[in-house]
Design a protein around this ligand. Structure first.
Ligand code: SAM
Length: 331
């Protein structure tokens, strides 16, 4: 009975890793293990999922399977997951590569790549003739990135670089820089979308046990932190829009719910790069109803996602595009 479903109950999403397995193999293995696929034709939706069933197709993300939350523990130890053929993900975190749309053979720069969820998705999209350059500056996370990419079958088409993505000029040849056409900017952020704690919730928390001045000082600190994050995020996005002459699509994403890290960053750069041929792409037009905040001009062009509206973590995606000639004239 779907009326018993919690409004924010999150399904368990898993993306087929085509670097290691094809969808037919995955489905056959799931079926052998007693999982029953509910196909589009049967009109299945998240609320109709029962333990042991799954949705075999997703309207937005290719190769995404949806399981009921109740099967999480069983899935976590399933050989398809431990062997790398299925990646447990959040649906929203699969949106940035889908919005970036690198075609087979493309060269992609993933500026903030670890632990590599989106790198893996991009590596599958560009195919054997394409390349992904995966950059991260954090030593520990970089080690995990490299280990996962090899284990998940992406070793031959991804090159990993441990450095600051703002200093790539010293590390990349001009030839490599010239070949990059698609760039993902998925920088460090507040992570507020992962905790499902909204700004309002934090304000309430602050008000519950603390005095007014404690709450004010916590709010001021949070504002400072957001301003510093937004400054870094804008720097990485600016570099992506400036430093790669062949770039024609740049996706910016965060798992934050704060407009300071999302629409405000995108609006600032949309304004300053309009005369350089960069425009915002209208992402997923009518197929994804949750849009950026309408208080910003850029809002309708961007995607937001969240537990209440989309059964995902809180997420934000925007995409800049320009024509190969850089004129920005075409629609
Ligand atoms: N894209 C990743 C994925 O899908 O698995 C998640 C990226 S996480 C949100 C942000 C990453 O940016 C962190 O791993 C962090 O170490 C890295 N980072 C932060 N500042 C950086 C910089 N200046 N250059 C390169 N990487 C950076």
């Amino acid at each position: 009975d779907s009326s018993q479903t919690q409004p924010h109950q999150m399904p368990r999403y898993a993306r087929i890793n085509r670097l290691l397995a094809q969808p037919a193999e995955v489905r056959a293995r799931l079926s052998a293990d007693g999982f029953v696929a509910i196909d589009d034709a049967e009109g299945g939706d998240v609320d109709s999922l029962r333990p042991g069933t799954y949705l075999a197709a997703d309207a937005h993300i290719p190769d995404l399977l949806t399981f009921p939350e109740a099967d999480s523990a069983r899935l976590a130890v399933h050989p398809l997951v431990t062997g790398g053929a299925l990646c447990l993900v959040d649906k929203a975190s699969c949106l940035p590569p889908v919005c970036l749309q690198p075609p087979p053979g493309a060269w992609v720069l993933d500026t903030c790549a670890a632990p590599g969820n989106k790198t893996l998705q991009l590596a599958a999209m560009v195919g054997p003739a394409g390349r992904v350059l995966a950059v991260d500056r954090d030593a520990q996370r970089f080690g995990e990135l490299r280990r996962r990419l090899v284990a998940m079958g992406a070793g031959d088409r991804v090159r990993c670089l441990r450095c600051d993505c703002l200093q790539l000029g010293d590390r990349l040849s001009q030839r490599c820089r010239d070949r990059i056409t698609h760039i993902l900017v998925d920088p460090s952020c507040s992570g507020s979308g992962l905790t499902a704690r909204s700004v309002e919730r934090q304000a309430l928390d602050g008000g519950a046990g603390a005095g007014a001045s404690d709450a004010e000082s916590a709010a001021a600190k949070e504002q400072q932190r957001l301003a510093s994050l937004a400054n870094f995020q804008a720097m990485v996005l600016r570099s992506a829009l400036t430093d790669y002459p062949s770039a024609r699509r740049v996706v910016y994403s965060t798992c934050s719910v704060h407009s300071e890290e999302n629409e405000a960053v995108v609006q600032e750069l949309a304004n300053s790069f309009a005369d350089k041929g960069w425009r915002l792409a209208r992402l997923m037009k009518s197929s994804w109803p949750t849009r950026g905040l309408s208080a910003f001009d850029c809002g309708p062009m961007c995607l937001r996602a969240g537990p209440g509206t989309d059964r995902t973590c809180g997420f934000f995606v925007a995409c800049f595009k320009r024509d190969p000639g850089g004129s920005g004239a075409a629609a």
